[in-house]
Design a binder for this molecule. Structure first.
Ligand code: ADP
Ligand code: MG
Length: 450
């Protein structure tokens, strides 16, 4: 094995408490990062992924043990790493170019060189032409690109990423992910190793040469293995891919069973598939009104449109349009095929209906196609008092999403659920409630009107 760039030896993290008892967040852990690898770190939320990343990146000191950089204690040497976080702390008062130049300036690089390097990296990550824009003028996806540019401009030997794609909608994330992979594989960037924390099993299997799964209470490595039987670009539908996803899914959902006891390859057997489908699909953050508006536009265009052209015509950033397209396709109002969107009969009916009928159709589509809404509704109708605390669903979702994304998922679910009159949410008590079932009063009205 190559000499590690970073090697953690028996690192631990604990926090002291006034009550003498200390909280152990990471139990003694050995872990190395070697050149040539993309390492993905998976684990349930709160298992210490971010804590471990911060120690490996030299951002936080271990409570015990030592982290070495090329064999020397990390606190004693100059290290060359950068970190991409889920939401980029871009400086709002600086332009895109100035944001990217900032870390070079901090390292004391001369102005001309710093400008040249920054312009080059902006070009590399597809931000050519956006130098003078301010962060607030950019969509989430574009802001993320600035974050990547800022991390890459210092030519880090190790690039750390903490859930870098989890705040993005699915298509934008997919796009950025494959672009990053391409930069890495073509060696356009001199980075020697990438260490990515993620919630997303498929993302790990798509990118990583090595996968580490953390368990919690306290954080510890449950399994650490190389991905040997998949070549890039990886095909999500290949049996080797889905088997590995299934395996990791099983490891994560069975914290009580040692991964060593779970068969990793099961030729011909796909018995965990059903469970995996229970996995939440990420709700795109779109409003029901926005979905209806998009469908109307597409009907005007003859029921079919090219997404990119549509974005262009509407002067929409594609990253802003995609969540609406995704929401409509999740509800089966639209079908997306090779960049074209086609309206479905259900979508047609929804868009052309009156508001009350629209709510009814949305209600039906949501229950049929959105697992989370179905679960909330079912939980509410099964409880005798027809109310369930928000936390119940937060706990379920945070196994899969980051904390911030978990909140956004529930916000969107509440938005859709209210619109469809599936349930209501009491923000004061933080509880979901089933709306009072009103006695149908139409009949009496009919009687009186006669
Ligand atoms: P992950 O990234 O896997 O979600 P984190 O590394 O953020 O997990 O956190 C791991 C655990 O450490 C959590 O249970 C968190 O509550 C705890 N923790 C983090 N920071 C502190 C702190 N300053 N004091 C006490 N506990 C902390
Ligand atoms: Mg974290």
């Amino acid at each position: 094995m190559a000499e590690p760039i970073i090697r953690a030896q028996q690192v631990e993290k604990f926090y002291s408490q006034p009550s003498e008892n200390r909280i152990q967040v990471i139990s003694p852990t050995d872990l190395s990062i070697v050149p040539g690898e993309i390492v993905a770190l998976l684990g349930p939320s709160g298992s210490g992924k971010s804590t471990l990343l911060r120690m490996l990146a030299g951002l936080s000191q271990p409570s015990a043990g030592e982290v070495y950089w090329h064999g020397k204690p990390i606190s004693t040497v100059q290290i060359n790493v950068s970190i991409v976080f889920q939401s980029f702390a871009l400086f709002p008062w600086l332009t895109v170019l100035e944001n990217v130049e900032a870390p070079l300036k901090a390292r004391g690089m001369a102005a001309a060189e710093r400008r040249e390097r920054s312009l080059k990296i902006l070009d590399t990550v597809g931000l050519d032409g956006f130098q003078a824009a301010y962060p607030k003028e950019l969509s989430g996806g574009m802001r993320q690109r600035v974050g990547f540019a800022r991390a890459l401009v210092v030519e880090p030997e190790v690039l750390f990423m903490d859930e870098p794609f989890s705040a993005l909608d699915v298509l934008t994330a997919e796009n950025l992910r494959s672009e990053l992979l391409e930069l890495w594989q073509k060696k356009t960037i001199p980075t020697q190793a990438i260490f990515i924390v993620t919630h997303n099993i498929e993302e790990a299997v798509l990118l990583a040469d090595r996968i580490i799964v953390l368990g919690r209470n306290p954080g510890h490595v449950r399994t650490d293995f190389k991905v040997t039987n998949l070549v890039h670009p990886r095909d999500r539908k290949s049996p080797a891919f889905t088997q590995l996803v299934d395996y990791i899914y099983k490891v994560l959902t069975r914290p009580d069973v040692s991964p060593a006891e779970m068969p990793r390859l099961q030729p011909g057997r796909r018995n965990v598939r059903d469970q995996r489908q229970m996995h939440y699909e990420m709700l795109p953050h779109a409003r029901p009104g926005g979905i209806a508006g998009l469908l109307e536009l597409i009907i005007d265009l003859g029921g079919r449109a090219d997404i990119y052209k549509l974005a262009d015509e509407l002067a929409f950033e594609i990253d802003d349009l995609l969540p609406i397209v995704e929401a409509a396709s999740l509800l089966k109002f639209l079908k997306v095929e090779e960049g074209d969107v086609n309206i479905t009969p259900a979508g047609h009916e929804f868009a052309e209906s009156e508001i009350l009928k629209q709510k009814e159709l949305f209600h039906k589509a949501a229950l049929e196609n959105v697992l989370l809404l179905r679960q909330i509704t079912r939980a509410l109708s099964n409880k005798s008092d027809h109310t369930v605390p928000e936390e119940f669903f937060l706990d379920m979702l945070d196994e899969q999403f980051s904390e911030e994304e978990t909140q956004r998922q529930l916000e969107t679910a509440i938005n859709w659920g209210r619109y469809a009159e599936l349930f209501d949410f009491d923000a004061g008590r933080r509880r979901f409630i089933l709306p009072e079932v009103e006695e149908p009063s139409e009949e009496t009205e009919e009687v009186t009107s006669e």
